[in-house]
Design a binder for this molecule. Structure first.
Ligand SMILES: C[S@@+](CC[C@H](N)C(=O)[O-])C[C@H]1O[C@@H](n2cnc3c(N)ncnc32)[C@H](O)[C@@H]1O
Length: 175
C-alpha cells in the first residue's frame, strides 16, 4: 500500500516538474541550450578564474560551467537553475559522474550576487538586458561578467573574443 502511494506521489511530482519545464521552455526568457563542452572549456580559460574566487553561473543548465570552474580552477562555484527538470539533470551529473560545485534550484533574480568575483551567463539578449540592472546594483567593483554569444544590455565589454568556426563570441566585462 505504501509503495502504491509512493509511486503515485513520485508520478505526480514528475508530471508537475515536466509541466513547469514545458512552461519555462515556452514562456521563459532563456531555454535550456547547453554550450558544447569544448566551448565551455575555452570560455572558462578566457575567464581567467583564480583559485578560491566565487564563480556563479546564473542559468546553470546541467552544471558544466560550474563543474569546470570548481574542478579545473579551484573556484568556489555555484549555479542557479530555474527549471526543475534541468536542475535534476545537473544533480544527476553530480551523482553519476561526480561533477563538482553547488547547484541550486532557484530563480537568479531572487539570489544575491554581492560576493561574486566572476559571473557567467549564456542567456538570450532580452534576459541579459534585465540582468544588467542587477549586475550593476549588486556586483562589487572589479568583479567580472563573462557572457557567451550575447552582449549584456548596454554594458561596454572590456574584451571581445570574436566568433570563429567552432564557437560564438565571448564578451568579458569588468565592473
Ligand atoms: C542557454 S541555457 C545555458 C546553460 C549553461 N549555462 C550552459 O551554457 O551550458 C540557459 C539556462 O538558464 C536557465 N535560466 C533561465 N532563466 C533563469 C533564471 N532567471 N534563473 C535561473 N536560471 C535561469 C534556463 O532554464 C537554462 O537552463
Amino acid at each position: 500500500m505504501i509503495f502504491a502511494w509512493l509511486s503515485v506521489l513520485i508520478s505526480i511530482a514528475i508530471v508537475v516538474a515536466l509541466f513547469i519545464s514545458f512552461w519555462i521552455f515556452i514562456f521563459g526568457d532563456s531555454p535550456f541550450l547547453p554550450a558544447p563542452m569544448h566551448v565551455a572549456k575555452e570560455v572558462m580559460k578566457e575567464a581567467k578564474i583564480k583559485k578560491g574566487q566565487n564563480f556563479y553561473d546564473i542559468g546553470a543548465g546541467d552544471g558544466r560551467f560550474v563543474h569546470i570552474a570548481a574542478s579545473k580552477y579551484g573556484a568556489n562555484a555555484k549555479g542557479f537553475e530555474i527549471d526543475p527538470s534541468v536542475y535534476l539533470l545537473a544533480k544527476l551529473r553530480q551523482w553519476i559522474f561526480g561533477w563538482k560545485g553547488t547547484i541550486i534550484r532557484a530563480n537568479t533574480n531572487h539570489q544575491s550576487l554581492k560576493d561574486a568575483d566572476v559571473v557567467f551567463c549564456y542567456m538570450m539578449p532580452k534576459c541579459l538586458k534585465k540582468f544588467q540592472k542587477k549586475f550593476e546594483k549588486e556586483m562589487k567593483k572589479g568583479s567580472k561578467i563573462v557572457s557567451y554569444t550575447f552582449k549584456v544590455g548596454t554594458l561596454k565589454p572590456k574584451r571581445h573574443i570574436p566568433k570563429n568556426k567552432k564557437r560564438n563570441s565571448i564578451y568579458i566585462y569588468e565592473l
